[in-house]
Design a protein around this ligand. Structure first.
Ligand code: SF4
Length: 424
């Protein structure tokens, strides 16, 4: 286990939706945000419930207008996950959201210029025992009203490519903001310091983690589309989490937020910071030895197993037997493809040899049988029963290294050319 940085702990939620602890010894939680309008009650409820079903521990909603905070009264009774109200500019939205029964407030004191208004929000949260996330995100800490001050600050930022001056502003602002909270004897605080720049995200959170003991909400803001945003997010967040920094995370994409939850969870599983739920799938990238349409098969397997298997069974989908058995070492269920067919192994034992069109159903069937055995105590996850005996490449799979080495593998006639990957 990666040793985590010691922090205070806050609790988000109540008896009805459950309580998510953030910081201290709590597992790293996953947050996301709805993409639709909060005032559109039915759609908002549907989106929250979809995100909770995908694995989000906490869901945030924007409340830019009074009609949004009014909608919260109808939304909250229909959801079963803690809800955070995202407040910008108007402190009254925060007070209305607290009154409606949200479980946490996200506030950037820099966007609410009057200290008394911030203190009013703090007092309301304190009374109800709600935590507040304090943001010093890159986009909101640079002075905008005082143009001279802003120019001075921006000048410092752009003259220092190593973020030094910017970090100084960030820390100064954070100290300024926290002073408002501490003066009100309020410590149920989570801090975020997001930026679209991954290196600044690493530098900012590392610096903040040395100075404050509040739990940290990690994120890369405006990360972009999933295709590039995934790397932009996972690199800095993975680095910080592997260093023990970070207590709750949000990945943000210009896409369906379900992807944010899926990718955040996968990152935490990979770092062993959360116990995996569902199948742990590995697959070969294919190469010139492939004789089935593995790309399509892998996508189909991923979707089917995600829907039907709940235990963290390790599944390997391998394109051939040349490297397949070695690479599938440790898999509970593995399939090695040959010439338009596949052989399935369960914990090293060969259990099926089927034509390509039956691979998906046969694999699902074997996974279900294996899951039932694990649930009944007949089998244990990750326990190899016998060493994998590679299949006879020609007799069983109709191909293989002997045939390949001898140049005997027939042309597939273009039928198994990797197809466009059909993602969700
Ligand atoms: S398992 Fe076989 S087909 Fe897949 S990448 Fe390795 S050698 Fe190529």
């Amino acid at each position: 286990m990666i040793p985590r940085r010691p922090t205070r702990q806050v609790t988000i939620g109540d008896d009805r939706v459950g309580r998510v602890k953030v910081g201290g010894d709590a597992p790293v939680s996953v947050q996301t945000m709805t993409a639709g309008y909060t005032y559109d009650v039915d759609n908002c409820v549907a989106e929250i419930n979809k995100l909770a079903a995908a694995g989000a521990d906490v869901v945030r909603v924007a409340v830019p207008e009074k009609k949004d905070t009014e909608a919260l009264k109808d939304i909250l009774p229909q959801v079963r996950v803690p809800i955070v109200a995202d407040v910008h500019f108007h402190f009254k939205r925060a007070l209305e959201a607290i009154d409606a029964g949200v479980h946490k407030i996200r506030l950037n004191p820099g966007n609410i210029q009057d200290r008394k208004q911030v203190e009013e929000v703090i007092a309301a949260c304190k009374e109800k025992g709600l935590p507040i996330r304090v943001g010093v995100n890159e986009g909101s800490i640079i002075e905008r009203k005082d143009k001279q001050k802003r120019m001075k600050e921006l000048g410092g930022v752009f003259s220092d490519s190593r973020h030094g001056h910017f970090l100084a502003i960030m820390i100064t602002k954070l100290e300024e903001y926290l002073d408002i909270f501490y003066s009100s004897d309020f410590y149920d605080i989570v801090i975020s310091a997001k930026s679209p720049d991954p290196t600044l995200v690493i530098a900012a959170y590392t610096e903040i983690s040395k100075r404050f003991d509040h739990p940290l909400h990690l994120g890369v803001t405006h990360a972009g589309p999933r295709e590039t945003g995934a790397i932009r997010s996972v690199v800095p967040l993975g680095h910080l989490l592997a260093s023990g920094i970070g207590d709750t995370i949000r990945i943000s994409y210009a896409n369906d937020p379900v992807y944010e939850v899926e990718d955040a969870l996968e990152m935490l599983y990979c770092l062993e910071l959360r116990e995996r739920k569902g199948v742990d799938l590995i697959a070969c990238p294919t190469c010139g030895r492939i004789q089935v349409d593995l790309f399509t098969l892998v996508q189909d397997v991923r979707k089917k197993l995600a829907d039907e298997i709940t235990l963290p069974i390790k599944v390997a989908v391998m394109g051939c037997i040349v490297n397949g058995p070695g690479e599938a070492e440790g898999a509970d269920v593995a399939i090695f493809a040959g010439d338009r067919r596949g052989i399935i192994y369960v914990q090293g034992q060969k259990v099926a040899n089927v034509p390509e069109e039956q691979i998906l159903d046969a694999l699902l069937d074997e996974c279900k049988k294996f899951e039932a055995k694990v649930q009944s105590g007949e089998a244990r996850l990750g326990e190899k029963v016998v060493e994998i005996a590679p299949p006879d490449p020609i007799g069983e799979l109709g191909s293989g290294f002997d045939k390949i080495a001898a140049g005997q593998v027939e042309s597939t006639g273009g039928k198994v050319t990797p197809l466009t990957v059909t993602g969700r």
